[in-house]
Design a binder for this molecule. Sequence first.
Ligand code: TRP
Length: 333
Amino acid sequence: MKTIVTGIKPTGRVHLGNYIGAIKPALDQAKNKELEAVYFVADYHGLTKVRDQKEMQELSYGIAATWLALGLDPDHSIFYRQSDVPEIFELSWILACFSPKGLMNRAHAYKAIVEKNRMENREEDEGVNMGLFTYPILMASDILLFQSNYVPVGKDQIQHVEIARDLASAFNHQFGRTFTLPEHIVDENTPILPGLDGRKMSKSYHNTIPLFEEPDKLKKLINRITTDSSGPKEAKDPNHSTVFAFYKAFASEEQTIEMRRKFQEGIGWGDAKEELFHVMNDFFAEPRETFHYYLSHTEELDRILEAGAKKARAKAIPLLKEVKRKLGILVHP
Ligand code: TRP
C-alpha cells in the first residue's frame, strides 16, 4: 500500500484558503482506500514561531479538532501529534548530519526572510532561529520516517518535499535502499481562493475568513467581500467575482450553475451575498459543531492522538533502527 503524509503547523487560525487549497485535497486523498494516510499536527514546526504556552496548546488542539471536524477518520488513518513521536526528532538529527548547509541557505522561506532583512537594512539573519533555518530537515524527517510516497502540499511547500527527496537519495546512495523517495502532489485543479479584498487569501493580507466562524461573524465577513460597483439588475461576470468564487467552492454543481445564470441576469450583490452566506453556513454547520465539541473535550483529543502516536511509532521504530544500524550507532535489541 502506498503512503501519503501531510501535516499542519499550529501557527494561527486555519482559514478557508487553507481549507480549499490544502486540507480538502488531503482529506479527499485520505478517503482513497489504496492509500495509507499519515496526517499530523506539526507542533514542533509551530515552535519556530509560537512561544506562548497557552497559544501553543490552543492552536495545537485547534488543528487536531480541525482535521477531525472536517472528516478525517482516525481509525482509518494514522493521526497524531508530531511531538508524541520522538523518533521523528532522532531521525531529524541524523538527516541534519547529511544536509549540506548550502541546501538550507537555498530554501525559499529562509531566503525570503534574508532578502527582506537586507531590503530593510537589518542584519541578514535577524529573527531567524536555528529551528526556522533547519525547518526543511524536520519536515524531511516527518516525510521519510513513514516511507511516504506522496505528500500533498500547497505550492509553497514543493521545495521542501524536494529537499526531503534529495536527502533520501543521498542516504540511499551511500547506505543502500533505505528511504522511499517522496513525491509532492499539488492538484492543479484546486482553486486558489481569493480573500475578502480579492487578493489571494492569506493571513499576512488580513483578508481571511477563519474556518468554523459563528454565523453572525461569518455574515459580517461575507458582507465585507469587495465587489465591483455594478448595481442590481446589471449583468455581473461570475469569473471575476470573489463572491462567486466562494459560492462555487461550497455549493453543489447545480447550485453553481444556477448562480452563474443569476449573475448573468444581474442578481444584486446583497442578494448574492445572502445566498453565499446560506450555502457556507449550511456547509459548515456540522463540522463547526464537531470542532467545538472536541475543543471542549480535549481529553478525547488526547486519547485519539495518543492512539495515533502508537500506530505511528510502530511504523517509525523499525525504520529508525535500520537507519541507526547502518550508521553504526548501537541499537539495543
Ligand atoms: N511545512 C508544512 C506547512 O507549512 C507543514 C508540514 C510540516 C508538513 N511537516 C510536514 C507538510 C510534512 C507535509 C509533510 O504547510
